[in-house]
Ligand binder design. Structure first.
Ligand SMILES: *Cc1c(COP(=O)(O)O)cnc(C)c1O
Length: 362
């Protein structure tokens, strides 16, 4: 069996150890003679798995006691709707930072709320290197229910290197592609949400962290399955949760804890991204379109000076077993997604290939 280096943007690579553990337990979980997939979500055995996952997530992220953690289905895209439905019950105003495709999708969904007043606090620059708007560029209305932003734009590879200071307006972050990749001070946020399939686990489960005082401002007649307060009152089991996805997230959390947690993985992640950006910067053959201070550590995007070589680049990389390097269909180019489960060795293999390829065709 060969496990290839896999640079997929999502669903993304899972740690080998996690898949092995899942394989080992697939037919018979903890001596029950049943798969964890085949038991009730209300059984004692499953509840233990669920509680452990939530508590490991809380400790990995150092989530303060005045925050609740829940999991849902529907992906981050569903949260684009849940956030405004849960927060716009009183003030109808919300501000959004537009840094790219994922921010724009969130804005579009927020604008469906009847009577909502959705304002763009700042947009990404249109010309030159892509840059994250500075804190002083943000037009945040003091009476807004929240400010929403996307700390890491997965498609373009643009990442905030600061947490916006909102002067008391609750901050909401779509952390789908950067959660658990580096330490964050959760107390600076009102809500953090993340689809699992980049840095946490398989597709099908979304994690939400919410400050408890924000649980009482939902729009009236919010659907039950979108209502955070309602879901929390049932410990995220208002209906059947994605049990197997949750179990796998739990294994990933254990794996990450064993590796030293977020602080340890952050160091490796920095090394990994520096390695690839180093190759890009040393070769005129490659170019990256992001202001260096705002380059993503999870999704490294680049283009080839001679675009006609891109398909050759993909073809030759695959011959070496380096997979899923094609950029998002909306922007083209090359994208190496190097989430927590991507090893330093696989990124080293990629950087060697990039240097060799530049020598060969440059
Ligand atoms: C992948 C991604 C999404 C969409 O996630 P789904 O689970 O497919 O809805 C949203 N936001 C960001 C930042 C992403 O990376």
């Amino acid at each position: 069996m060969t496990r290839h280096p896999n640079f997929s943007a999502g669903p993304a690579k899972l740690p080998d150890e996690v898949l092995q553990q899942a394989q080992l337990e697939l037919m018979d979980f903890a001596g029950t003679g049943m798969s964890i997939m085949e038991v009730s979500h209300r059984s004692a055995g499953f509840l233990e798995v669920a509680d452990q996952a939530v508590s490991d997530f809380r400790s990995l992220m150092a989530i303060p006691d005045n925050y609740s953690v829940l999991y849902m289905q529907g992906g981050a895209t569903h949260q684009f709707s849940c956030v405004p439905w849960n927060l716009l019950g009183a003030s109808k105003k919300a501000d959004y930072i537009d840094t790219g495709i994922w921010s724009q999708k969130a804005i579009k969904e927020a604008r469906r709320i009847e009577g909502g007043d959705i304002h763009v606090a700042a947009s990404v620059n249109e010309s030159g290197l892509l840059r994250v708007p500075g804190n002083s560029d943000l037009l945040i209305r003091a009476d807004s229910a929240y400010l929403h932003y996307t700390p890491n734009e997965t498609i373009s590879g643009l990442e905030f290197n600061y947490i916006p200071d909102t002067d008391g307006v609750p901050l909401v972050a779509d952390m789908s592609s950067s959660i658990l990749s580096r330490g964050v001070d959760v107390s600076k946020f009102g809500i953090i949400y993340a689809g699992a399939q980049k840095n946490i686990g398989p597709a099908g489960i979304t994690w939400v962290i919410i400050r408890n005082d924000l649980l009482n401002q939902a729009v009236t007649r919010i659907p039950a399955l979108m209502n955070y307060k309602n879901i929390l009152s049932q410990d995220s089991m208002l209906n059947t949760p994605p049990t197997y996805a949750l179990y796998l997230c739990g294994l990933v959390f254990k794996w990450l804890k064993k590796r030293g947690g977020v602080e340890a993985i952050e160091k490796v992640n920095r090394q990994k991204s520096e390695l690839i950006y180093g190759v890009i910067d040393q070769n005129d053959f490659y170019a990256n379109a992001i202001e260096p201070s705002d380059r993503s550590k999870m999704n490294v995007t680049f283009s080839l000076a001679d675009q006609s070589l891109e398909s050759k680049f993909i073809e030759e990389s695959e011959k070496l077993g380096l997979y899923n390097l094609k950029g998002h269909r909306a922007v083209g180019g090359i994208r190496a997604s190097i989430y927590n489960a991507s090893s330093l060795e696989s990124v080293q293999a990629l950087s060697t290939f990039m240097n060799d390829f530049a020598k060969k065709y440059g």
